[in-house]
Design a protein around this ligand. Structure first.
Ligand code: ZN
Ligand code: ZN
Ligand code: ZN
Length: 459
């Protein structure tokens, strides 16, 4: 592992080849005869520190910029394709006149994105997929020998068993770039080498992170070569967050990490049943998760395909902006569960309640939204770790909706000149949200933590 990467990690988390530097220790799985091909990051308490060995909640383990990135297809007209600033009042985005695809907030961003190369490809292939665009960005990012090494050192080092759709992607990519001048890239001469592209697509598929905004909505994807060294667990002890400059932050979310325990993040959504999580992990990352939740025999999380198709239908309506139809589907799931609680797993109820809350927010029906958001909390609390960004956001949503309802009740009381009692329903949720926000959302720039401050919410 090259020396340069150690500076990326904070002093106590160092990555090395079987050599201990600090309190954190990482070894390359390749050198261990019996291990898999993935690198593990292991926490090891230092000798000079007695007692409490676990790092504190919120401890920053790694901050990293993406090697290459691209904005999601769905978000491209509302986010600057280079700096990822979101369109807002006072911030205009200009669409590239040539490809009519990419949007930028300034000439600086347009130039910095080296858009000219991609622009030519986009003009011919406007229907291109996100992974194809990320691959081209990956090519363009390889300007020095170190850049190439970083990419080529990613796992898997050799092609895996046959992955048909990636092979197809490699062939499509040849067509996508065949007329482009990729001479600025040190791997540009391999742009039509299908075997090389196939392996590169496997590396990208395995090491790419979805970039999320403050509300945890996916706005793009990026390759983070060091963050991808963290292994997955469905009961993770760390989490990833992003700032608005696409930096990724890995923070500790469990205060009871034992010495020698691997530091883990989650690659897939935790609010899903075990067979589905395992399927996704196998398909994209090619391993079978052996975490405590996946191997638990106490609470088996069985799939229910009927409910899943109902949720899928709801999601399709949502995509088409048919909110009322989506709500009807989610409500059916909720009432089915209430009439026969054993029919399907609680997780599906959690998904439906959470979706109902968000849909009602969009419809401006805040009382209903509040009701469903609060009802979803016990389920989210069960499947997300205690200090988990999404859980923090859910508490914040309850708090904001609660504050809005209080305001309305106050207003009614004033206009009706009755002295009705307005219960303070929001503060309990703010009190739950605050520890998560103050420990996790603490990047230098605009974060939901500032949202709290801007709203002058004090505790
Ligand atoms: Zn910009
Ligand atoms: Zn263009
Ligand atoms: Zn698992």
């Amino acid at each position: 592992m090259n020396k340069a990467c150690s500076s990326l990690f904070l002093s106590f988390l160092t990555i090395s080849e079987n050599e201990e530097f600090g309190r954190f220790y990482c070894y390359d799985g390749h050198d261990e005869p019996s291990s898999s091909d993935s690198t593990q990051i292991i926490y090891r308490a230092s000798d000079n520190r007695k007692g409490g060995t676990s790092p504190r909640i919120g401890t920053l383990l790694l901050k990293e910029q993406p090697n290459c990135f691209c904005v999601s297809e769905e978000q491209r007209s509302r986010i600057c394709n280079y700096c990822f600033r979101e369109k807002s009042e006072g911030m205009k985005l200009s669409r590239c006149k040539a490809c009519k695809y990419s949007h930028y907030c300034s000439m600086e961003c347009y130039n910095a994105d080296q858009h000219l190369v991609e622009c030519k490809a986009l003009q011919k292939h406007p229907q291109v997929t996100n992974s194809m665009r990320l691959m081209l960005k990956c090519f363009l990012s390889c300007k020095t020998v170190e850049d190439v090494e970083k990419i080529e050192n990613l796992s898997p080092k050799q092609s895996m068993k046959d992955i048909e759709d990636l092979k197809q992607l490699a062939i499509l990519f040849c067509d996508y770039v065949k007329e482009l001048d990729l001479s600025i890239s040190l791997i540009g001469h391999r742009k039509t080498d299908v075997d090389y592209l196939y392996l590169l697509f496997q590396k990208i598929q395995r090491n790419t992170f979805s970039i999320c905004n403050d509300e945890m909505n996916v706005i793009g994807s990026g390759l983070y070569v060091h963050t991808s060294l963290f292994n997955h667990s469905c009961v993770p002890n760390c989490t990833v967050l992003f700032d608005s400059k696409k930096n990724i932050y890995v923070r500790v979310i469990n205060s009871n990490i034992k010495a020698g325990e691997p530091l883990t993040i989650n690659y897939v959504d935790l609010l899903d049943v075990t067979p589905n999580r395992q399927h996704k992990l196998d398909k994209q990352y090619h391993f079978t998760c052996q975490c405590p939740r996946c191997t638990s025999t106490v609470n088996s999380e069985e799939r229910n395909t009927h409910v899943e198709s109902m949720l899928e239908m709801a999601n399709d309506f949502k995509q088409k902006n048919q909110l009322q139809e989506a709500i009807n589907c989610y409500s059916r799931v909720v009432s089915k569960k209430k009439s026969s609680p054993k029919l399907f797993h609680d997780i599906y109820l959690g998904i439906a309640l959470n979706a109902l809350a968000h849909n009602y927010v969009e419809l401006g029906e805040f009382e209903k939204a509040y009701h469903y958001a609060v009802e979803s909390l016990p389920l989210l609390e069960q499947y997300y770790p205690e200090f988990y960004p999404i859980l923090g956001l859910q508490y914040l949503m309850c708090a904001k909706l609660g504050a809005h309802l209080e305001e309305e009740k106050h207003h009614q009381a004033r206009t009706q000149t009755t002295s009705s009692f307005t219960p303070n329903i929001s503060s309990q949720w703010f009190q739950k949200a605050f520890p998560i926000f103050s420990k996790l959302f603490i990047h230098e720039d605009n974060t939901p933590f500032d949202v709290l401050r801007r709203n002058q919410i004090t505790f």
